[in-house]
Design a protein around this ligand. Structure first.
Ligand SMILES: Cc1cc2nc3c(=O)[nH]c(=O)nc-3n(C[C@H](O)[C@H](O)[C@H](O)COP(=O)(O)OP(=O)(O)OC[C@H]3O[C@@H](n4cnc5c(N)ncnc54)[C@H](O)[C@@H]3O)c2cc1C
Ligand code: SF4
Ligand code: SF4
Ligand code: SF4
Length: 503
Protein backbone atom coordinates (compact mmCIF):
# COMPACT_ATOMS: atom_id res chain seq x y z
CA UNK A 1 0.00 0.00 0.00
CA UNK A 2 1.09 3.60 -0.58
CA UNK A 3 0.69 6.52 1.80
CA UNK A 4 -1.89 8.19 -0.43
CA UNK A 5 -3.98 5.02 -0.55
CA UNK A 6 -3.67 4.61 3.20
CA UNK A 7 -4.93 8.14 3.80
CA UNK A 8 -7.72 7.78 1.24
CA UNK A 9 -8.86 4.57 2.95
CA UNK A 10 -8.69 6.03 6.48
CA UNK A 11 -7.31 9.45 7.34
CA UNK A 12 -6.97 8.39 10.97
CA UNK A 13 -4.03 6.16 10.03
CA UNK A 14 -1.87 9.22 9.32
CA UNK A 15 -0.61 10.98 12.45
CA UNK A 16 0.96 13.82 10.47
CA UNK A 17 4.43 12.87 11.71
CA UNK A 18 6.03 14.29 8.50
CA UNK A 19 8.56 11.46 8.10
CA UNK A 20 7.48 11.00 4.48
CA UNK A 21 8.01 14.69 3.63
CA UNK A 22 11.46 14.65 5.27
CA UNK A 23 12.64 11.50 3.49
CA UNK A 24 11.55 12.48 -0.02
CA UNK A 25 14.71 13.07 -2.09
CA UNK A 26 12.84 15.33 -4.55
CA UNK A 27 10.94 17.44 -2.03
CA UNK A 28 7.82 16.26 -3.79
CA UNK A 29 5.76 16.04 -0.59
CA UNK A 30 4.11 19.07 0.95
CA UNK A 31 2.21 18.82 4.20
CA UNK A 32 -1.15 20.38 3.32
CA UNK A 33 -3.98 21.18 5.67
CA UNK A 34 -7.39 19.56 5.23
CA UNK A 35 -10.70 21.23 6.09
CA UNK A 36 -10.15 20.40 9.78
CA UNK A 37 -6.82 22.22 9.78
CA UNK A 38 -4.60 19.11 10.14
CA UNK A 39 -1.68 18.57 7.78
CA UNK A 40 -1.48 15.52 5.50
CA UNK A 41 1.13 14.73 2.83
CA UNK A 42 0.38 15.80 -0.73
CA UNK A 43 2.58 14.43 -3.51
CA UNK A 44 3.45 16.55 -6.52
CA UNK A 45 3.33 13.96 -9.30
CA UNK A 46 5.53 16.10 -11.55
CA UNK A 47 8.37 15.98 -9.03
CA UNK A 48 7.86 12.41 -7.77
CA UNK A 49 10.26 9.81 -9.20
CA UNK A 50 8.32 6.90 -7.66
CA UNK A 51 11.27 5.77 -5.55
CA UNK A 52 8.89 4.50 -2.84
CA UNK A 53 10.95 5.89 0.04
CA UNK A 54 7.98 7.70 1.55
CA UNK A 55 5.98 4.46 1.73
CA UNK A 56 8.94 2.56 3.15
CA UNK A 57 9.46 5.22 5.86
CA UNK A 58 5.89 5.83 7.05
CA UNK A 59 5.56 4.54 10.65
CA UNK A 60 1.86 3.88 10.12
CA UNK A 61 2.27 1.85 6.93
CA UNK A 62 5.14 -0.10 8.46
CA UNK A 63 3.59 -0.53 11.85
CA UNK A 64 4.17 -3.76 13.72
CA UNK A 65 2.59 -4.21 17.08
CA UNK A 66 5.05 -5.02 19.87
CA UNK A 67 4.25 -7.65 22.45
CA UNK A 68 4.68 -6.85 26.11
CA UNK A 69 7.51 -8.89 27.54
CA UNK A 70 8.00 -6.85 30.69
CA UNK A 71 6.78 -3.59 32.15
CA UNK A 72 9.18 -0.63 32.04
CA UNK A 73 10.55 0.72 35.33
CA UNK A 74 8.57 3.79 36.39
CA UNK A 75 9.66 6.69 38.57
CA UNK A 76 8.18 9.83 39.97
CA UNK A 77 10.72 12.63 39.92
CA UNK A 78 11.25 16.32 40.52
CA UNK A 79 14.06 18.40 39.02
CA UNK A 80 16.10 20.03 41.79
CA UNK A 81 15.91 23.57 40.46
CA UNK A 82 13.15 25.68 41.93
CA UNK A 83 12.92 28.31 39.18
CA UNK A 84 12.87 25.84 36.30
CA UNK A 85 10.50 23.52 38.08
CA UNK A 86 8.01 26.36 38.44
CA UNK A 87 8.23 27.10 34.72
CA UNK A 88 7.96 23.46 33.56
CA UNK A 89 4.63 21.77 32.98
CA UNK A 90 5.24 18.79 35.24
CA UNK A 91 8.31 18.00 37.36
CA UNK A 92 10.88 19.59 35.02
CA UNK A 93 12.25 16.27 33.68
CA UNK A 94 12.67 17.68 30.19
CA UNK A 95 15.07 20.39 31.37
CA UNK A 96 16.87 18.00 33.72
CA UNK A 97 17.68 15.74 30.74
CA UNK A 98 18.47 18.65 28.40
CA UNK A 99 20.99 20.00 30.91
CA UNK A 100 23.02 16.77 30.63
CA UNK A 101 22.97 17.02 26.84
CA UNK A 102 24.11 20.67 26.86
CA UNK A 103 26.88 19.87 29.35
CA UNK A 104 28.20 17.37 26.79
CA UNK A 105 28.11 19.93 23.99
CA UNK A 106 24.89 18.57 22.48
CA UNK A 107 21.67 20.23 21.33
CA UNK A 108 17.96 19.71 21.99
CA UNK A 109 15.04 19.65 19.53
CA UNK A 110 11.47 20.23 20.71
CA UNK A 111 8.28 22.21 20.26
CA UNK A 112 8.32 26.01 20.40
CA UNK A 113 6.12 28.98 19.45
CA UNK A 114 7.00 31.12 16.45
CA UNK A 115 6.37 34.87 16.40
CA UNK A 116 2.70 34.33 15.48
CA UNK A 117 2.16 31.82 18.32
CA UNK A 118 2.03 28.92 15.87
CA UNK A 119 3.72 25.78 17.24
CA UNK A 120 6.63 24.20 15.41
CA UNK A 121 9.71 22.13 16.23
CA UNK A 122 13.03 23.87 16.54
CA UNK A 123 16.46 23.52 18.12
CA UNK A 124 17.91 24.90 21.37
CA UNK A 125 21.69 25.07 21.73
CA UNK A 126 21.83 26.10 25.37
CA UNK A 127 19.71 26.51 28.50
CA UNK A 128 18.69 30.07 27.56
CA UNK A 129 17.31 28.93 24.21
CA UNK A 130 15.60 25.99 25.92
CA UNK A 131 13.15 28.40 27.52
CA UNK A 132 11.15 28.44 24.26
CA UNK A 133 10.85 24.67 24.23
CA UNK A 134 9.89 24.38 27.87
CA UNK A 135 6.20 23.91 28.66
CA UNK A 136 3.38 21.99 26.96
CA UNK A 137 1.77 23.54 23.90
CA UNK A 138 -1.64 21.99 23.36
CA UNK A 139 -1.61 22.03 19.58
CA UNK A 140 -0.01 19.84 16.91
CA UNK A 141 3.56 20.97 16.36
CA UNK A 142 4.82 21.29 12.81
CA UNK A 143 8.02 19.28 12.23
CA UNK A 144 9.13 21.06 9.05
CA UNK A 145 12.61 19.86 8.10
CA UNK A 146 13.62 19.01 11.68
CA UNK A 147 14.21 15.27 11.10
CA UNK A 148 16.69 16.19 8.39
CA UNK A 149 18.36 18.68 10.74
CA UNK A 150 18.58 16.05 13.48
CA UNK A 151 20.29 13.65 11.09
CA UNK A 152 22.75 16.29 10.00
CA UNK A 153 23.48 17.33 13.61
CA UNK A 154 24.08 13.72 14.67
CA UNK A 155 27.13 13.64 12.40
CA UNK A 156 28.97 15.95 14.75
CA UNK A 157 27.24 16.15 18.10
CA UNK A 158 24.75 14.51 20.45
CA UNK A 159 21.03 15.26 20.22
CA UNK A 160 18.00 15.07 22.46
CA UNK A 161 14.83 14.92 20.39
CA UNK A 162 11.54 15.47 22.21
CA UNK A 163 8.01 15.30 20.90
CA UNK A 164 4.76 13.40 21.03
CA UNK A 165 5.14 9.61 20.54
CA UNK A 166 4.16 9.60 16.84
CA UNK A 167 6.88 12.22 16.17
CA UNK A 168 9.51 10.12 17.96
CA UNK A 169 8.39 7.17 15.81
CA UNK A 170 8.53 9.40 12.72
CA UNK A 171 12.12 10.40 13.51
CA UNK A 172 13.18 6.80 14.17
CA UNK A 173 11.70 5.61 10.87
CA UNK A 174 13.27 8.55 9.04
CA UNK A 175 16.72 7.80 10.49
CA UNK A 176 16.35 4.08 9.83
CA UNK A 177 19.06 3.09 12.32
CA UNK A 178 20.12 3.67 15.92
CA UNK A 179 22.54 6.41 16.89
CA UNK A 180 24.51 6.19 20.13
CA UNK A 181 24.48 9.96 20.42
CA UNK A 182 20.67 10.33 20.08
CA UNK A 183 18.31 10.38 23.07
CA UNK A 184 14.60 10.31 22.21
CA UNK A 185 12.14 11.58 24.78
CA UNK A 186 8.40 11.37 24.23
CA UNK A 187 5.73 13.04 26.29
CA UNK A 188 2.58 11.28 27.37
CA UNK A 189 0.00 12.41 24.90
CA UNK A 190 -3.66 13.18 25.34
CA UNK A 191 -3.84 14.00 21.60
CA UNK A 192 -3.15 17.12 19.58
CA UNK A 193 -5.74 19.75 18.61
CA UNK A 194 -5.99 21.25 15.15
CA UNK A 195 -3.47 24.05 14.55
CA UNK A 196 -6.19 25.94 12.64
CA UNK A 197 -8.43 25.94 15.73
CA UNK A 198 -5.56 27.22 17.85
CA UNK A 199 -4.80 29.95 15.31
CA UNK A 200 -8.45 30.98 15.25
CA UNK A 201 -8.51 31.14 19.05
CA UNK A 202 -5.26 33.01 19.55
CA UNK A 203 -6.17 35.27 16.62
CA UNK A 204 -9.38 36.24 18.41
CA UNK A 205 -7.58 36.86 21.70
CA UNK A 206 -4.90 38.96 20.08
CA UNK A 207 -7.36 40.99 18.03
CA UNK A 208 -7.40 43.83 20.53
CA UNK A 209 -4.24 43.11 22.52
CA UNK A 210 -0.84 42.00 21.34
CA UNK A 211 -0.01 38.64 22.92
CA UNK A 212 3.42 38.53 24.57
CA UNK A 213 3.34 35.14 26.33
CA UNK A 214 1.30 31.95 26.33
CA UNK A 215 1.59 29.37 29.08
CA UNK A 216 -0.80 26.42 28.87
CA UNK A 217 0.38 25.03 32.18
CA UNK A 218 0.68 27.97 34.54
CA UNK A 219 1.39 26.98 38.12
CA UNK A 220 -0.07 30.14 39.65
CA UNK A 221 -2.46 27.90 41.61
CA UNK A 222 -0.01 25.04 41.87
CA UNK A 223 0.68 22.12 39.55
CA UNK A 224 -2.60 20.31 40.24
CA UNK A 225 -4.77 23.00 38.62
CA UNK A 226 -4.12 22.90 34.90
CA UNK A 227 -4.42 26.56 33.94
CA UNK A 228 -3.68 28.78 30.95
CA UNK A 229 -2.01 32.19 31.29
CA UNK A 230 -1.84 34.63 28.39
CA UNK A 231 -0.05 37.95 28.76
CA UNK A 232 -0.68 41.02 26.62
CA UNK A 233 1.63 43.88 25.72
CA UNK A 234 -0.67 46.38 27.45
CA UNK A 235 -0.09 44.46 30.71
CA UNK A 236 -3.55 42.86 30.51
CA UNK A 237 -3.68 39.23 31.34
CA UNK A 238 -6.04 36.33 30.65
CA UNK A 239 -6.11 33.31 32.91
CA UNK A 240 -8.49 30.43 33.40
CA UNK A 241 -8.40 26.73 34.15
CA UNK A 242 -7.93 24.62 31.03
CA UNK A 243 -11.20 22.86 31.63
CA UNK A 244 -13.04 26.19 31.76
CA UNK A 245 -11.72 28.24 28.87
CA UNK A 246 -13.00 27.79 25.39
CA UNK A 247 -9.96 26.24 23.70
CA UNK A 248 -8.94 24.10 26.68
CA UNK A 249 -12.34 22.59 27.13
CA UNK A 250 -12.68 21.59 23.47
CA UNK A 251 -9.26 19.94 23.76
CA UNK A 252 -9.92 18.12 27.02
CA UNK A 253 -13.30 16.89 25.80
CA UNK A 254 -11.58 15.29 22.79
CA UNK A 255 -13.47 17.48 20.28
CA UNK A 256 -10.62 19.23 18.53
CA UNK A 257 -8.04 16.46 18.19
CA UNK A 258 -6.55 14.85 15.14
CA UNK A 259 -8.40 11.71 13.95
CA UNK A 260 -5.25 9.60 14.48
CA UNK A 261 -5.33 10.41 18.20
CA UNK A 262 -8.58 8.49 18.62
CA UNK A 263 -6.84 5.28 17.55
CA UNK A 264 -3.29 6.23 18.51
CA UNK A 265 -0.90 3.47 17.51
CA UNK A 266 1.97 4.66 19.68
CA UNK A 267 0.71 4.00 23.16
CA UNK A 268 2.57 1.48 25.32
CA UNK A 269 4.06 -0.91 24.31
CA UNK A 270 4.40 0.60 20.81
CA UNK A 271 6.32 3.78 21.62
CA UNK A 272 9.80 4.06 20.12
CA UNK A 273 11.65 6.36 22.49
CA UNK A 274 14.18 5.98 25.29
CA UNK A 275 12.04 7.70 27.91
CA UNK A 276 8.39 8.77 28.32
CA UNK A 277 7.57 11.81 30.46
CA UNK A 278 4.26 12.94 31.89
CA UNK A 279 2.48 14.25 34.96
CA UNK A 280 2.57 12.08 38.05
CA UNK A 281 -1.16 12.44 38.59
CA UNK A 282 -2.28 10.64 41.74
CA UNK A 283 1.19 10.77 43.33
CA UNK A 284 -0.36 11.86 46.60
CA UNK A 285 -2.06 8.45 46.77
CA UNK A 286 0.82 6.14 45.86
CA UNK A 287 3.95 8.09 46.93
CA UNK A 288 2.74 10.97 49.15
CA UNK A 289 6.28 11.81 50.32
CA UNK A 290 7.14 12.70 46.69
CA UNK A 291 4.29 15.16 46.25
CA UNK A 292 5.49 18.65 45.42
CA UNK A 293 3.04 21.42 44.68
CA UNK A 294 5.51 22.85 42.14
CA UNK A 295 5.06 19.72 39.97
CA UNK A 296 6.02 16.05 39.79
CA UNK A 297 6.93 14.08 36.66
CA UNK A 298 6.22 10.47 35.91
CA UNK A 299 9.03 8.80 33.93
CA UNK A 300 8.86 5.50 32.07
CA UNK A 301 12.34 4.13 31.25
CA UNK A 302 12.47 2.03 28.08
CA UNK A 303 16.15 1.55 27.22
CA UNK A 304 19.60 1.32 28.82
CA UNK A 305 20.41 4.73 27.32
CA UNK A 306 17.27 6.20 28.87
CA UNK A 307 18.24 4.66 32.23
CA UNK A 308 21.73 6.13 32.01
CA UNK A 309 20.42 9.67 31.38
CA UNK A 310 17.75 9.33 34.04
CA UNK A 311 20.35 8.29 36.63
CA UNK A 312 22.61 11.21 35.75
CA UNK A 313 19.88 13.84 36.09
CA UNK A 314 19.71 16.09 39.11
CA UNK A 315 16.49 14.73 40.58
CA UNK A 316 14.58 13.79 43.63
CA UNK A 317 13.22 10.47 42.36
CA UNK A 318 11.53 7.31 43.57
CA UNK A 319 10.61 4.12 41.75
CA UNK A 320 6.89 3.35 41.84
CA UNK A 321 4.59 0.58 40.60
CA UNK A 322 3.51 0.69 36.98
CA UNK A 323 -0.12 0.12 37.94
CA UNK A 324 -0.06 3.07 40.36
CA UNK A 325 1.48 5.39 37.77
CA UNK A 326 -1.14 4.69 35.11
CA UNK A 327 -4.14 4.51 37.40
CA UNK A 328 -4.92 8.23 37.19
CA UNK A 329 -2.99 8.85 34.00
CA UNK A 330 -4.03 6.30 31.42
CA UNK A 331 -2.62 8.29 28.47
CA UNK A 332 0.51 6.14 28.51
CA UNK A 333 -1.51 3.05 27.65
CA UNK A 334 -4.76 4.19 26.01
CA UNK A 335 -6.04 6.92 23.66
CA UNK A 336 -8.40 9.61 24.90
CA UNK A 337 -12.07 8.92 24.39
CA UNK A 338 -13.17 11.44 21.83
CA UNK A 339 -16.38 13.41 22.05
CA UNK A 340 -19.08 11.74 19.99
CA UNK A 341 -19.92 15.03 18.31
CA UNK A 342 -16.42 15.51 16.91
CA UNK A 343 -17.37 14.89 13.26
CA UNK A 344 -20.36 17.22 13.51
CA UNK A 345 -18.17 19.89 15.12
CA UNK A 346 -15.64 19.82 12.31
CA UNK A 347 -18.40 19.65 9.67
CA UNK A 348 -19.87 22.84 11.10
CA UNK A 349 -16.45 24.50 11.11
CA UNK A 350 -16.09 23.61 7.43
CA UNK A 351 -19.44 25.28 6.69
CA UNK A 352 -19.11 28.35 8.87
CA UNK A 353 -16.25 30.83 8.38
CA UNK A 354 -16.88 32.21 11.88
CA UNK A 355 -15.00 29.44 13.69
CA UNK A 356 -15.03 31.23 16.99
CA UNK A 357 -18.83 31.19 17.14
CA UNK A 358 -18.96 27.45 16.33
CA UNK A 359 -16.39 26.79 19.05
CA UNK A 360 -18.50 28.74 21.50
CA UNK A 361 -21.56 26.65 20.68
CA UNK A 362 -19.70 23.46 21.41
CA UNK A 363 -18.05 24.97 24.46
CA UNK A 364 -21.50 25.22 26.00
CA UNK A 365 -23.21 22.23 24.50
CA UNK A 366 -20.27 19.95 25.02
CA UNK A 367 -20.08 20.30 28.73
CA UNK A 368 -21.82 17.59 30.64
CA UNK A 369 -21.91 19.62 33.85
CA UNK A 370 -23.43 22.60 32.15
CA UNK A 371 -26.04 20.46 30.49
CA UNK A 372 -26.96 19.08 33.90
CA UNK A 373 -27.32 22.56 35.33
CA UNK A 374 -29.44 23.66 32.43
CA UNK A 375 -31.76 20.77 32.95
CA UNK A 376 -32.07 21.40 36.61
CA UNK A 377 -34.66 23.85 37.85
CA UNK A 378 -32.16 26.45 38.86
CA UNK A 379 -30.63 26.23 35.40
CA UNK A 380 -33.91 27.40 33.94
CA UNK A 381 -34.01 30.17 36.53
CA UNK A 382 -30.54 31.35 35.63
CA UNK A 383 -31.51 31.58 32.04
CA UNK A 384 -34.69 33.50 32.77
CA UNK A 385 -32.84 35.82 35.09
CA UNK A 386 -30.20 36.70 32.54
CA UNK A 387 -32.66 37.12 29.74
CA UNK A 388 -34.40 39.65 31.90
CA UNK A 389 -31.30 41.65 32.53
CA UNK A 390 -29.99 41.25 29.04
CA UNK A 391 -31.99 43.93 27.29
CA UNK A 392 -31.44 46.67 29.88
CA UNK A 393 -27.75 45.85 29.80
CA UNK A 394 -27.61 46.10 26.05
CA UNK A 395 -29.30 49.47 26.13
CA UNK A 396 -27.31 50.86 28.97
CA UNK A 397 -23.86 49.69 28.05
CA UNK A 398 -22.34 50.19 24.70
CA UNK A 399 -19.04 49.18 26.20
CA UNK A 400 -18.05 47.02 29.12
CA UNK A 401 -19.76 45.85 32.27
CA UNK A 402 -18.60 44.22 35.46
CA UNK A 403 -20.78 41.36 36.67
CA UNK A 404 -20.51 40.47 40.33
CA UNK A 405 -22.10 37.23 41.40
CA UNK A 406 -21.72 35.01 44.41
CA UNK A 407 -22.37 31.82 42.50
CA UNK A 408 -19.65 29.72 44.05
CA UNK A 409 -20.54 26.47 42.42
CA UNK A 410 -18.05 25.92 39.62
CA UNK A 411 -20.56 24.83 37.02
CA UNK A 412 -22.88 27.69 37.95
CA UNK A 413 -20.03 30.14 37.37
CA UNK A 414 -19.25 28.50 34.07
CA UNK A 415 -22.83 28.81 33.03
CA UNK A 416 -22.97 32.52 33.85
CA UNK A 417 -19.69 33.25 32.14
CA UNK A 418 -20.69 31.37 29.03
CA UNK A 419 -24.10 32.89 28.92
CA UNK A 420 -22.74 36.43 28.99
CA UNK A 421 -20.03 35.60 26.52
CA UNK A 422 -22.57 34.24 24.08
CA UNK A 423 -25.20 36.89 24.41
CA UNK A 424 -23.34 40.13 24.88
CA UNK A 425 -21.46 40.24 21.65
CA UNK A 426 -21.30 44.00 21.49
CA UNK A 427 -20.64 44.39 25.14
CA UNK A 428 -17.54 43.11 26.89
CA UNK A 429 -18.02 41.73 30.34
CA UNK A 430 -15.81 41.02 33.31
CA UNK A 431 -16.90 38.33 35.64
CA UNK A 432 -15.78 38.74 39.21
CA UNK A 433 -15.44 35.36 40.83
CA UNK A 434 -15.39 35.08 44.59
CA UNK A 435 -12.46 33.59 46.39
CA UNK A 436 -12.15 32.99 50.08
CA UNK A 437 -11.47 35.84 52.55
CA UNK A 438 -12.99 38.60 50.45
CA UNK A 439 -10.66 38.13 47.49
CA UNK A 440 -11.81 38.08 43.90
CA UNK A 441 -10.40 36.97 40.61
CA UNK A 442 -11.56 38.53 37.38
CA UNK A 443 -11.07 35.87 34.76
CA UNK A 444 -13.20 36.53 31.75
CA UNK A 445 -12.87 38.68 28.70
CA UNK A 446 -9.11 38.35 28.48
CA UNK A 447 -8.39 39.98 31.79
CA UNK A 448 -6.87 38.39 34.84
CA UNK A 449 -7.13 41.03 37.53
CA UNK A 450 -7.06 40.06 41.15
CA UNK A 451 -8.93 42.19 43.63
CA UNK A 452 -9.02 42.34 47.33
CA UNK A 453 -11.99 43.73 49.15
CA UNK A 454 -11.43 47.42 50.01
CA UNK A 455 -8.61 47.77 47.50
CA UNK A 456 -10.22 50.86 45.97
CA UNK A 457 -7.25 51.81 43.82
CA UNK A 458 -7.15 48.40 42.13
CA UNK A 459 -10.85 48.57 41.43
CA UNK A 460 -10.72 52.13 40.04
CA UNK A 461 -7.67 51.27 37.93
CA UNK A 462 -9.42 48.29 36.46
CA UNK A 463 -12.62 50.20 35.73
CA UNK A 464 -10.66 52.95 34.00
CA UNK A 465 -8.41 50.65 32.02
CA UNK A 466 -11.25 48.60 30.61
CA UNK A 467 -13.77 51.43 30.14
CA UNK A 468 -16.24 49.76 32.46
CA UNK A 469 -19.45 51.78 32.32
CA UNK A 470 -21.59 49.94 34.82
CA UNK A 471 -21.68 47.24 37.45
CA UNK A 472 -24.30 44.52 37.89
CA UNK A 473 -24.48 42.81 41.24
CA UNK A 474 -26.44 39.69 41.92
CA UNK A 475 -28.99 39.99 44.73
CA UNK A 476 -28.79 38.50 47.28
CA UNK A 477 -25.04 38.54 47.26
CA UNK A 478 -24.30 35.50 49.31
CA UNK A 479 -21.06 36.43 51.00
CA UNK A 480 -22.58 36.52 54.45
CA UNK A 481 -21.58 39.55 56.43
CA UNK A 482 -19.17 40.67 53.72
CA UNK A 483 -21.99 41.34 51.26
CA UNK A 484 -22.88 44.93 52.29
CA UNK A 485 -19.17 45.79 52.40
CA UNK A 486 -18.71 44.51 48.88
CA UNK A 487 -21.48 46.70 47.52
CA UNK A 488 -20.06 49.76 49.30
CA UNK A 489 -16.63 48.92 47.93
CA UNK A 490 -17.98 48.64 44.39
CA UNK A 491 -19.66 52.03 44.73
CA UNK A 492 -16.32 53.69 45.48
CA UNK A 493 -15.40 53.65 41.81
CA UNK A 494 -18.23 56.08 41.05
CA UNK A 495 -20.18 53.95 38.59
CA UNK A 496 -23.84 52.94 38.72
CA UNK A 497 -24.25 49.72 40.66
CA UNK A 498 -27.39 47.91 39.61
CA UNK A 499 -28.75 44.90 41.46
CA UNK A 500 -30.36 41.95 39.76
CA UNK A 501 -32.08 39.02 41.39
CA UNK A 502 -33.03 35.46 40.70
CA UNK A 503 -36.75 35.25 40.28
C1 LIG B 1 -0.44 17.99 23.40
C2 LIG B 1 0.06 17.45 24.71
C3 LIG B 1 -0.71 16.53 25.42
C4 LIG B 1 -0.24 16.00 26.64
N1 LIG B 1 -1.03 15.08 27.31
C5 LIG B 1 -0.58 14.56 28.49
C6 LIG B 1 -1.36 13.62 29.23
O1 LIG B 1 -2.47 13.27 28.82
N2 LIG B 1 -0.85 13.12 30.39
C7 LIG B 1 0.38 13.49 30.86
O2 LIG B 1 0.80 13.01 31.91
N3 LIG B 1 1.14 14.39 30.19
C8 LIG B 1 0.69 14.93 29.02
N4 LIG B 1 1.46 15.83 28.32
C9 LIG B 1 2.86 16.04 28.77
C10 LIG B 1 3.03 17.00 29.90
O3 LIG B 1 2.12 18.08 29.77
C11 LIG B 1 4.47 17.58 29.93
O4 LIG B 1 4.78 18.10 28.66
C12 LIG B 1 5.51 16.55 30.23
O5 LIG B 1 5.23 15.93 31.46
C13 LIG B 1 6.90 17.18 30.28
O6 LIG B 1 6.94 18.11 31.30
P1 LIG B 1 8.29 18.61 31.98
O7 LIG B 1 7.94 19.29 33.26
O8 LIG B 1 9.28 17.49 32.03
O9 LIG B 1 8.96 19.64 31.00
P2 LIG B 1 8.40 20.79 30.07
O10 LIG B 1 9.47 21.79 29.94
O11 LIG B 1 7.10 21.26 30.45
O12 LIG B 1 8.35 19.95 28.70
C14 LIG B 1 7.96 20.40 27.52
C15 LIG B 1 8.20 19.26 26.56
O13 LIG B 1 7.06 19.02 25.81
C16 LIG B 1 7.38 19.11 24.42
N5 LIG B 1 6.20 19.67 23.78
C17 LIG B 1 5.49 20.74 24.20
N6 LIG B 1 4.46 20.93 23.37
C18 LIG B 1 4.54 20.00 22.41
C19 LIG B 1 3.78 19.72 21.26
N7 LIG B 1 2.72 20.44 20.93
N8 LIG B 1 4.15 18.69 20.47
C20 LIG B 1 5.25 17.95 20.77
N9 LIG B 1 6.00 18.17 21.87
C21 LIG B 1 5.64 19.18 22.68
C22 LIG B 1 8.61 20.01 24.36
O14 LIG B 1 9.34 19.74 23.20
C23 LIG B 1 9.32 19.55 25.61
O15 LIG B 1 9.99 18.35 25.37
C24 LIG B 1 1.01 16.42 27.14
C25 LIG B 1 1.75 17.38 26.46
C26 LIG B 1 1.29 17.89 25.25
C27 LIG B 1 2.12 18.90 24.50
S1 SF4 C 1 7.91 8.09 -4.15
FE1 SF4 C 1 9.91 9.01 -3.74
S2 SF4 C 1 9.92 10.89 -4.91
FE2 SF4 C 1 7.82 10.19 -4.87
S3 SF4 C 1 6.96 11.31 -3.16
FE3 SF4 C 1 7.63 9.33 -2.37
S4 SF4 C 1 9.70 9.73 -1.64
FE4 SF4 C 1 9.14 11.42 -2.95
S1 SF4 D 1 4.90 9.33 7.29
FE1 SF4 D 1 3.67 10.29 8.84
S2 SF4 D 1 2.77 12.07 7.76
FE2 SF4 D 1 3.54 10.70 6.19
S3 SF4 D 1 1.77 9.44 5.68
FE3 SF4 D 1 2.90 8.33 7.23
S4 SF4 D 1 1.93 8.92 9.17
FE4 SF4 D 1 1.29 10.41 7.61
S1 SF4 E 1 -2.29 10.77 20.52
FE1 SF4 E 1 -0.91 9.50 19.29
S2 SF4 E 1 -1.34 10.12 17.17
FE2 SF4 E 1 -2.15 11.72 18.47
S3 SF4 E 1 -0.48 13.21 18.59
FE3 SF4 E 1 -0.33 11.86 20.38
S4 SF4 E 1 1.11 10.29 19.74
FE4 SF4 E 1 0.42 11.30 17.87
Amino acid sequence: MKIEEMIAANRADCSGCEACANICPKNAITMTRDAEGFAYPKIDSELCIKCGRCDATCPALNFTKKTITELPPVFVATYQNDKILRHSSSGGMFTALSEIVFNNGGVVFGASYDKNWHVCHTVAKNLDELENLRGSKYVQSQIGDVYRRVKETLKSTSVLFSGVPCQCAGLKHFLGKDYDNLLTVEILCHGVPSPAIWESYIGELSYAHEVTRVNFRSKREGWGTSRIDINFADKGHFTNTNVNHLYGRLFLRGLSERPSCQICKFKFPNGQSDLSLGDAWGVKDFAPEMYDKRGVSVVFVHTAKGKDFFERANLNAKQVKFADAVKKNSRFIAPTLSDQRREKFFAELAENPDWFSVMRQYYIQGDEEIRKIRNKNNGALFKKMFQEILSPMRKQFSQNALIVSSVRDKSGQEFLATFFEQNLENCGFYFLQPRDNGKFLCTENFSGFKFELKDNDALSGFVKKYNITGIFVEKPLDFGELSPLIIEWLKTCGLPVQLFAQK
